[in-house]
Structure formats: C-alpha cells, structure tokens
Design a protein around this ligand. Structure first.
Ligand SMILES: Cc1cc2nc3c(=O)[nH]c(=O)nc-3n(C[C@H](O)[C@H](O)[C@H](O)COP(=O)(O)OP(=O)(O)OC[C@H]3O[C@@H](n4cnc5c(N)ncnc54)[C@H](O)[C@@H]3O)c2cc1C
Ligand code: SF4
Length: 486
C-alpha cells in the first residue's frame, strides 16, 4: 500500500506545533529571577559555545532584552536554534547548581529563546560591521551550523567569508533535518539572514567538487573551512530494501521542512529501524502525521538505547511502540509495495557479541519502513576534493580539536564531518574555534573566549576557562567533581 495523506491542514499544524512554547514576559522574568548568577557558573562550562549564561539571564530580569540577546549571539550566532534543540539536560541545565539544592534547574534554553526571539520579532540590530578589514578571504564548504558559526566569528574579526552550500537554502540540518516540532524551517532561515547581515556571502545551489572545484577555492582564498556534515543513512543490506516505501529518516524529516505539513504522506503502520535520537524524531513525526502504529525496531534492549532519556519519553508520550532485541532480515513486498518486515530475535553471547537466534524469525505487517541507522561519512567526497587530507580510521576529518586545523595548514574543519556527529551547539563551537585559529594564522593575534572560574576551576585552584575552550558534558562534570577535580 503506498503512503497516504492522513491529516487536514489544521490538524497537521496542531500536531507539529513546537513542543516548548514561548515564555510570556511574566514567566520569563519570574524564571530569570530564580537564577543565583553564580560567579563560578558551571553552566557556562557545560555550554560548548561558552555563552555567559548568568549575564544574559540577569539582563532579562532587568528588562534589557536586546542586551541579553547580544550576550547570547556574540558567543553563539545560532543561539535561537540552540535554545530550541540543545539537549540542555546534559549540557547547561544539567550543570545548574539548583540541582544540588534539589530544585529544578533554571530553564536556560527557554530563557535563551525568549531573548533571541525578541531580536527577530522586533528586527533589532545586534551587530555593527567590523571596524577594519584584514583583506583576508576564507571559503567555507557547506552552509550548516559549523560553517555559519565559523563565518560569523571570522566576519566579526574583520575577514571576508564566502559560504558554498549545495542545497537551495543554507542552515544544514537546522533547515532540513531537525524534528519540525523542535525547530521550524522559518526560524532556521531567520538565523541564516542574521549571519548574512554580518556581510557574509552565501552562494547556495553550489556543490563544491561538482559546480566548483576545491582547487579553485585553494587558489582564490587564503584559508578553507570544511563543514560538510555527514552523508546518507547506512543501508540495511537486506532483500526488499529498494521498495518505494523504504525511506531514509533524513529524507522523511526533510519532506516536512520543504512541503506543507498536511501534504507529507505517511504509512498506516510504520517501522523505524534504529533507536538513536534520529529514530525517535522519525517515529514521533510519523505518529504526529497520523500513522496508526509507529514502531521502533532495535537490536538491543531498552537500557542500551543511544537516544536521550527525554527523547525516549517524547516518543512514548506520542504513542510510539517498541520492539527490542530484534533485527530486520527482509522487507516483505507485494505488488511492488511494502507489506511487512521479517524480523529475527537477537541475544547477547557470552563473548559480549550480539547474535541472531537461529529459527527465531517472525513477521510483522508494515506499509512504510524508515531507516535510522546513523549517517555515512563523506570519505569519497573529501578525498576527491583534497587527496592529501588526512582522515581518521572511522572516516571523519582528522583535525586538532582545539583549533580545527587539519594536516594541510590552511584547511580547517569542524562539525559533524569532523566530530563524527554531535549536536548543533558543538558544530557552532567548533566553527568558532576554527575561526579564532584562522585569525591567529592570519594576524598572530590570540582571541580569548570568556574565561570564568568554574566549580572545577575552584577544585583545581585554577581557572579552567569557559565551555568553548574546555567543554564538559554533565556526566563528565559529575565524575570530575566527585573525584575531587582530578
Ligand atoms: C535527524 C537529526 C536530528 C537531529 N536533532 C538534533 C537536535 O535535536 N539537537 C541538536 O543539537 N542536534 C541535532 N542533530 C545534530 C545536528 O543537526 C548536527 O550536529 C549539526 O547540524 C551539524 O552541523 P554541520 O554544519 O556539521 O553539518 P550539517 O548540518 O549537516 O551541514 C552540512 C552542510 O554542508 C552541505 N554540503 C555537504 N557537502 C557539500 C558540498 N560538497 N558542497 C557544498 N555544500 C555541501 C550540506 O548540504 C549541508 O547543508 C540532529 C541530527 C539529525 C541527523
Ligand atoms: S547554547 Fe545550548 S548548551 Fe549553550 S547555554 Fe544555550 S541552550 Fe545551553
């Protein structure tokens, strides 16, 4: 059975509405006033872009919303999308000292959204053009969060930048890949406009390696930043995979960003293969588009799922179903359409390896299968562009993490293509670090980030810098802290 349109326009819009609505001004001020404005704020260290969080919250409580947004956007040009998509419970909010007092953490993400929305809604000008231009030019390959973060920092430091993006719009996965109910296409494109307002040129519809060669960029520009992200979803490599209702999770999510929501067809019984955050996004969106059953198929058990706990909760609340300890062995078809999956049970062997149990096959009826098995690395494309570029064994770009510099001194990299796949805020932070390293290469000057003593700094009796210089995720923070700063 082909995929069907299930919802009218109004229902589709309601189902896909943002899950975290905007604070009213009263709610924002009340929440901001809960903040203790810690001097040694651990939240700053847990933000990979090093935003001065107590600083921007204080400005909300005193009614200075433009100043608050400026504090955020100077550190993180994509502060509006990060406010919506950051996994705050393992980043800034998870590090909030309120948790030590058994109180709810300050809702940093929602306050950040409140301040940045003010700027977009009121057309407030945040940035002035740089005082002097360096005359240096940087090309950025890919127009996702990593390149946008890098270009914004370079532009503020006085360098000219040109972003080359193969798609119709810049923004990368922010524009095309993140669950619609977290981040709308409109918000992402407004952020792209903010980046452009810094004087950054974005050439969309230009694929480097096809429409323009990397060699030409090397001749024309003084440095290059590679922010190409990752590639297609890994294949299942099972019979029936080429049936029309077998789609990649990213293609499915992209359909929601480029078409009217009610015009995106879905199956009545949808199987999603995989159990990471992308699988959760796919299963919840299938349900919200009207699928009667949307089922995650995962080869391991519930406690092994790579998805964040809060994402798992969203899926359960949306009525998603789960089949654990099973792998697909065949996509079943009839008359050229998907009618089900043949699955086999798995178990953990004594050697710690996952085995398929012989003779355990069973069938379940489905009319759509979404693959969410992780994204391939862009190895061939990168080698085609820069034959001498060193790649790590897992296919990501080998680079110095603190600077993004690759083995080719004028080429830098960051974001998913270099870190293997992380969050938007990591991509922005890596782009920003690379920009500062490029600036040092051009001018010999070092740009310092916001440096604060942190709780870890206090334990170690020395300042350890902000999350941009020394990012730490909350599980690491807890380990370091309880181990006495060692
Ligand atoms: C389904 C899904 C859901 C996610 N949800 C979240 C979330 O809720 N929260 C969160 O923080 N993170 C989330 N992420 C992760 C986040 O989207 C990425 O970490 C982030 O987008 C990485 O940014 P990037 O710039 O490295 O790559 P991308 O965003 O992938 O951007 C790379 C860009 O480069 C372009 N490009 C590639 N090759 C070329 C070329 N040869 N020439 C020109 N342009 C090129 C691409 O078209 C693309 O626009 C999610 C990821 C996925 C897949
Ligand atoms: S960018 Fe993300 S991690 Fe940083 S303060 Fe904002 S919500 Fe928290």
């Amino acid at each position: 059975m082909p995929r069907e349109l299930m919802l009218d326009e109004k229902t589709a819009a309601r189902n896909m509405a943002e899950i975290e609505p905007k604070y009213s001004s009263q709610e924002a001020v009340v929440e901001a006033n809960r903040c203790l404005y810690c001097f040694d704020a651990p939240c700053i260290m847990a933000c990979p872009t090093g935003i001065d969080i107590p600083g921007f919250i204080k400005k909300i409580s005193s009614g200075n919303l433009a100043g608050s947004a400026r504090t955020i956007l100077k550190s993180n040009i994509l502060g509006a999308s990060c406010a919506r998509v950051c996994p705050t419970s393992v980043l800034c909010e998870g590090a909030c000292v309120m948790l030590d007092r058994d109180e709810l953490p300050i809702k940093i993400g929602r306050l950040q959204r409140y301040a940045t929305d003010y700027v977009f809604e009121n057309d407030v000008k945040i940035f002035d053009p740089p005082k002097k231009k360096s005359g240096k030019r940087v090309a950025l390959i890919g127009g996702g969060p990593a390149s946008l973060g890098c270009a914004a920092e370079l532009a503020q430091l006085g360098h000219d930048t040109v972003i080359f993006e193969k798609k119709e719009h810049a923004g990368g996965l922010n524009t095309y890949g993140i669950a619609y109910y977290k981040l709308t296409t409109e918000t992402s494109l407004k952020e792209v406009e903010l980046v452009k307002s810094l004087g950054i040129e974005i050439r969309t519809g230009v694929e480097v390696g096809k429409d323009i060669q990397a060699k030409e960029l090397e001749q024309e520009f003084d440095a290059i930043f590679i922010g190409v992200g990752l590639g297609h979803t890994y294949k299942l490599d099972i019979p029936g995979e080429d049936l029309p209702e077998v789609v990649e999770a990213l293609e499915f999510i992209e359909e929601l960003h480029v078409n009217p929501l009610h015009e995106v067809p879905v199956g009545r019984r949808v199987a999603v293969i995989g159990c990471g955050n992308t699988a959760i996004d796919a299963v919840t969106q299938a349900k919200r588009l009207g699928a009667e059953h949307a089922v995650i198929i995962y080869r391991r058990g519930e406690k092994d799922m790579p998805a964040y706990a809060y994402e798992y909760d969203i899926a359960k609340k949306d009525g998603a179903e789960f089949v654990f300890h099973a792998v697909p062995v065949e996509v079943l078809g009839k008359d050229g359409h998907v009618v089900g999956l043949k699955l086999a049970r798995t178990e953990m062997g004594e050697d710690g390896r996952l085995n398929v149990i012989p003779g355990s096959e069973f069938e379940l009826p489905f009319d759509m299968v979404i693959k969410a098995l992780g994204q391939e690395k862009m190895t061939d494309m990168l080698k085609g562009m820069f034959p001498d570029l060193e790649l790590a064994r897992n296919g990501v770009i080998q680079r110095e993490p603190a600077t993004g510099q690759t083995n080719i001194p004028h080429i830098f990299a960051g974001g998913d293509g270099a870190n293997g796949g992380s969050e938007v805020v990591n991509a922005v932070g890596e782009g920003k670090k690379a920009a500062r390293a490029i600036h040092r290469m051009f001018t010999g000057e070092t740009v310092e980030g916001p440096v604060q003593w942190t709780r870890i700094g206090v334990v170690n009796a020395k300042p350890v810098g902000s999350g941009l210089d020394n990012p730490i995720r909350v599980p690491e923070l807890e380990t370091t802290y309880s181990a006495g700063g060692k």
